[in-house]
Ligand binder design. Sequence first.
Ligand code: FES
Length: 497
Amino acid sequence: MISYWVDSTETTNFPNLNSNLTTDVCIIGGGITGLATAYMLKDSGLNITLLEAARIGMGVSANTTAKITSQHGLIYDYLIKSFGHESAKKYLDSNQEAIKAIENIIKTENIDCGFEHQDNYVYTCSSNYIQKIKDETSAVNHLGLRAKLVTETPLPFNIKAAICFPNQAKFHIRKYILGLLSALKNTRIFEDSKVINIKLDNGRYKVSANNHIVDCKHLVIATHYPIKNFPGMYFLKMYQDKSYVIGVDIKKTLFDGMYISAETPVTSFRPTENLLLVGGSGHKTGKNNIDLDKSYVNLENYIKKIYPDAEVKYRWSTEDCVTLDKIPYIGKFSKLYNNMYVATGYKKWGMTTSHVAAKIIADDILGKENPYSSIYSATRLHPIKNCKEFGNMLNQSIYSLAINKIKKPKLDYTEIQNNCGGIVNYNGKKIGIYKDSNGKMYAVKPYCSHLGCELSWNNLEKTWDCPCHGSRFDYTGKIITEPTTRNLETFDLESHP
Ligand code: FES
């Protein structure tokens, strides 16, 4: 299950961190945000080091649909009503500028990544959403962007209404990332260098990875979910959402434009040169009362109703952080820590937001004013806008941290079929088990190494997923996704026969 973007590009091969070093700026995370930040600092004269836990551009960045747009669902009417006209305009203008910044980088660095301007649409097939689309169109026009209200699109089915943002763009994300990398001649880049600790000592940060220390003045945490819990406490302010993508050969000419539905279940369409990417089936990471096996099947059935001859070539999934007020956290990590920065909570709109973040953080490091930093401030204190979601998060934490832990497992380990897993009773002990196709068992302690929530078994991807803040682990207990920085504790079956 790798994405089309990964399948059509080479992987990188940078060394791992194998000595202590001193640098001006250390960036943790080799996704699009980390690389764009390094790019924006590359001519500053500062010495820059980038640490990636695995391989560059192979995490969330590689699993996107790569729509470069300031149209982040129906958000502008909400932003005006919740934060006022000026803040909503800053959000819009910063993302529109990010589209131009990406185009400029591509031209300046001569990056061959299929960048192409396209219109982007939020559409509805439901009469209940027509007024929302109209309200959004009027909000966006009021903010100064000429959005169009339309009732027809190039989509292969009828819609009730859509709002069109003209002149947005798409590209091949991995080719863009590899192009950015070629431009970072003076940045020291290390792969397979997982950061496990950050300490502040005499105004400098000591970042530990691979038993070595990077000593830096400025630290940028660009790890999708911040790997440091305190004092930022982002785990109280965000949740993770998962969604699925299929890459389909529709055996017909692909249509123009990029699309996402206003109504749930959210469905997204995005053509590449030869495939139609169809996204959807979203849910909160670690949710265990849904049939994950249907995630791809539902998308495939849906597209085959439209294109009966369609052939599914790729399947992949992704997840992203969603903040409680729907605005990303970008800027100073905490008021208590000078020179430490964070960028997270992109709500799956990371192509432009990564470049908004890179510019805000680079400007701050260089002592420049950034006109948009206030709207994204990661240390903002607003009344909670989304009380329902905050309640859901608290509820989930109470269940996963306490109530579920004292419940006895429903299954005995002998009842687990091959190729399946779950939390089971093993001779009186509660453990997590996966049986491979030959019946070999892999056992873990089913509690998240981040803050201890009970994990859920994801049988679709054979992973342990945390319903609290979205850390994920493979069936052996190895980390796939932060915020945790530690693998799961394994359980030795042989010493507990
Ligand atoms: Fe926070 Fe699991 S990710 S407890």
